[in-house]
Ligand binder design. Structure first.
Ligand code: ATP
Length: 233
């Protein structure tokens, strides 16, 4: 059974059709790089999936259950977790406190605070540190860990590298690579194509609200992705 099934999704910002007729099927363990220029509709699509923005048309199913009309909170309980652009941590709270906030839904599973510290060992040293005083990379790892605390079937990461120095991005990706070994299904928006190609096993490219390329990473070339990104055929 597919993990996530999106059918003909349309999402609008007033008059603007930001996502148009998007369909995709994700299977367990898929790591999808969602690629596209600024304004292509990636964030709008992810917001519709996570319940932050209602679609104008189309359906979303998670593990065979329709979730199109559920609130964001209920989608987390159903198995979706979003790490938003900009992290959105509580800076006056410690790493541990922020992580515990992620455990609000009653889903059981392999993830708990000790496993997060085991997979992201750099965070365990920061357990009792207020996140506002930590480096961007440590904060990003905390945001990813907080999302994992809900034991999601699908983890959605929107531009995890944004605003971080290359060195810190390396640290975040080291953490992500550890995560890949745990067979979590992931949708990743990443502007850095080399990094996206390295971690993902599938490339989906959006252009002006539509999917213009959807291929296994092993069967796609960098040129093909770049052409799709710029709308060249
Ligand atoms: P970026 O990488 O810049 O975040 P994106 O691919 O995520 O780009 P979206 O942010 O989803 O693209 O934007 C898709 C389209 O919707 C763009 O034309 C954008 O200007 C428009 N848009 C996004 N958010 C809103 C909003 N809140 N109100 C009106 N229009 C919006």
């Amino acid at each position: 059974m597919s993990c996530l099934q999106v059918n003909n999704l349309d999402v609008r910002h007033g008059q603007l059709a930001a996502v148009r007729g998007v369909s995709m099927t994700l299977n367990k363990g898929d790591v999808v790089a969602l690629i596209g220029a600024n304004g292509a509709g990636k964030t709008t699509f992810l917001r519709a999936i996570s319940g932050a923005h209602s679609p104008a048309a189309g359906t979303i199913q998670l593990n065979g259950n329709e979730i199109t009309k559920l609130s964001s909170h209920k989608r987390v309980a159903a198995g979706l977790a979003l790490v938003p652009e900009g992290r959105k941590l509580f800076s006056n709270m410690t790493t541990e406190e922020n992580l515990l906030l992620g455990a609000t839904s009653a889903r059981s599973g392999e993830w708990n605070i000790e496993k997060i510290f085991q997979v992201f060992p750099n965070l365990s040293k920061r357990r009792h540190t207020k996140t506002g005083t930590m480096s961007g990379g440590e904060q990003q790892a905390t945001a990813i860990g907080r999302a994992l605390m809900s034991n999601p079937d699908i983890l959605i990461l929107d531009e995890v590298s944004l605003g971080l120095s290359p060195l810190v991005v390396d640290q975040v990706y080291q953490n992500l690579e550890r995560l890949l070994a745990t067979d979590t299904t992931i949708i990743l928006v990443e502007q850095d194509l080399s990094r996206a190609m390295k971690v993902a096993n599938r490339a989906i490219c959006m252009l002006e609200g539509e999917i213009v390329l959807d291929k296994p990473m092993s069967l796609v070339t960098r040129d093909e992705i770049t052409d799709a990104y710029f709308g060249l055929h």
